[in-house]
Design a protein around this ligand. Sequence first.
Ligand SMILES: [Zn+2]
Ligand SMILES: [Zn+2]
Length: 246
Amino acid sequence: MKHRIIADYHTHTRYSHGRGTIEDNVRVAHDLGLKSIAITDHGFGHIGFGLKYRDIEKMRKEIESLNQRYPNIDILLGIESNLVGLDGTIDIPENYIDKFDIILMGFHKAVMPISFSDAKELFIKNALSLFLPIDKGQLRQQNTQAMINAMNRYPIKIITHPGAKIDIDSKMLARHAAKRGVCLEINASHGFMTTEYVKIAMREGASFVINSDAHHPSRVGDFHRGIEIAMAAGLEPEQIINAEIA
Ligand SMILES: [Zn+2]
Ligand SMILES: [Zn+2]
């Protein structure tokens, strides 16, 4: 079965460390005939290139005016937030949650944790576990539980590239995501989730989304690698929120 992807819910711009403007991304998505695009720059806690609080209002205005100028495509203001605490805290303050049309959450290394103990458990231990005899099974459970806590606390729509940069229990994550209506991303840039992970997650009833994670406008709507993974895993378009049967 052929998959046609009609929305790109994960794209970066200059507001974090992408190369293009919001309009550059929108133009490409529009010309490809996508029905929707989300602008999802990195969360406020990302060191070096996280979103700035002062830019949010400006981004909203830009998106409002672009939505008028490009009526055939729905443009969303989103954010790729970071997990910053074992209790599931993400790097969006409560009073900013409503400012976004769509919230993505992923694990990234270069972020400010909420406390020293969270830094130790979430970031230092995961980094050291690559070459020190740390209990990997316990760490994996702890990582997964932190992600589940985040899903319970916030209106997260998509978990970006699960399994990338941090070890996750895919089955447990997928089961909880399915229960909460959260989608798991097949990332066309990183190639995460892998086909194996997708197969495990689909058995738990998870829904998926294929995104470009474009950091350059020319990559917006490039779903190629994600579609390959989805097809190799045997996913049907009904299991992918942004797919249509071609
Ligand atoms: Zn990411
Ligand atoms: Zn990203």
